[in-house]
Design a protein around this ligand. Structure first.
Ligand code: GLY
Length: 404
């Protein structure tokens, strides 16, 4: 029996899959989820590699797995999921698969037409570098940082998220739209400075974070999705939404990106203002009246038909992962308790799919973009990615081990 299967015994028994022996030190919730993930992600990887091609699964709808091209913003998450499977099981077969899926993204290091390359390359090459020190991965990260830096706009002091003359974004009359999601791309810039010694990337990341902190948030610390800047004067032209219910609403995943992104900035810079800010946004998310008891938010805190609105498991997974990191910096037990609560909720049949279903994705019930009519109440590859990340973080926090 291979080592992964061997250590899955009790968990498999708990899920009715098979009988095997328990790992002595792993918490039952993690053990059980890893056992399920070995089956589900294994099935998804097999489908993605059918016929020798390497395809990138993004969601499952109408009974079929949907695949995306390499330049889609979600293209790095499946490679990252495979790296996390390697980390959670220690089984080298996951690392080999992860490497194949990672290197499929090679050309993305030169992509300059949108900002999401941080997600795409950090969650794939970043993990490959961290876990295996694979040759050339450092160069890919630095080149990607150079590509992302071409989108930095000196006058407003931000990285422009989307081109203002392309696709549906081109119909909104924006000049320099910045979305809160962009905070998630900064981790790659910080890493690129560490790898190259070039402080330009670090300075761009800090300027972007500072301007975002100043402009993206309301009094209650909920955030806008989009802030559009004037490229000539640097002033804010408009605050609005693209994927939320309304310009003045709190789109759930955007809030989670803010919590996670500012926590990352604190890790990279040691500047306490970022952590304080992440805490304020987390407190909004966790304690707003629209947050359900199980701590899996509705897709938008101001959606009009709560509690009949779709939930967004992806927001919950991102928030849980960030809360574990915040707990390590603040020692506030409530953050860990809330993160645990989210993982427990996501591990119930209400959110986690039965083995053999859901196309192989772990979680059900995420929302891509309701205003665009896309990916509503479906599995999403980034929900699974952050769910596995949060499980890893939980394990490390409980073992008193460093997260990174
Ligand atoms: N970055 C796009 C999203 O969160 O849907």
């Amino acid at each position: 029996m291979n080592p992964t299967l061997k250590c899955m015994t009790v968990a498999l028994a708990a899920t009715g899959l098979a009988a095997c022996a328990p790992s002595s030190r792993r918490a039952a919730l993690i053990e059980e989820n890893v056992a399920v993930a070995v089956q589900q992600i294994g099935m998804l990887a097999d489908s993605s590699e059918l016929g020798g091609a390497i395809r990138i699964p993004s969601t499952y709808k109408n009974g079929a797995i949907a695949y995306v091209p390499t330049d889609d913003w979600v293209s790095g998450f499946f490679a990252g999921t495979l790296w996390y499977m390697y980390e959670l099981t220690g089984d080298e077969q996951w690392a080999l698969r992860a490497q194949k899926h990672t290197e499929q993204l090679d050309s993305i290091q030169y992509l300059q037409w949108h900002h999401d390359v941080g997600f795409m390359i950090y969650d794939s090459y970043g993990h490959g570098l961290r876990l295996k020190q694979l040759p050339g991965y450092d160069r890919v990260i630095v080149q990607t940082a150079k590509s992302l830096s071409t989108r930095f706009r000196e006058v407003p002091g931000v990285i422009q998220s989307w081109d203002a003359d392309r696709g549906w974004q081109g119909e909104r009359g924006w000049q320099c739209p910045v979305i809160i999601d962009n905070m998630m791309n900064l981790e790659l810039l910080f890493k690129a400075t560490e790898l190259s010694g070039d402080s330009t990337f670090y300075r761009i990341a800090v300027r972007h974070a500072d301007r975002t902190l100043a402009e993206h948030f309301r009094e209650d610390c909920s955030c806008y999705h989009v802030v559009d800047y004037d490229l000539t004067t640097g002033e804010v032209r408009r605050r609005c939404t693209a994927q939320g219910y309304a310009d003045e609403s709190a789109w759930a995943r955007g809030q989670a990106w803010a919590v996670y992104g500012f926590t990352t900035c604190y890790r990279a810079t040691g500047d306490r203002k970022y952590l304080d800010h992440a805490e304020r946004v987390a407190d909004f998310m966790l304690h707003d009246a629209a947050m359900p008891e199980d701590l899996v938010p509705y897709w938008d805190y101001d959606a009009p038909n709560i509690p009949e609105e779709p939930r967004d498991a992806s927001s919950a997974a991102v928030l849980a992962s960030a809360l574990y990191e915040m707990y390590t910096y603040t020692d506030k037990a409530a953050y860990k308790q809330d993160a645990d609560r989210i993982l427990e909720s996501l591990s119930t049949p209400a959110f986690r799919a039965p083995v053999g279903e859901n196309g192989g994705f772990l979680l059900m019930h995420s929302v891509g973009s309701i205003p665009h009519g896309s990916s509503i109440d479906v599995p999403l590859n980034y929900a699974d990615y952050y769910f596995l990340e949060a499980l890893l973080r939980k394990e490390r926090v409980e073992a008193d081990e460093p997260l990174f």
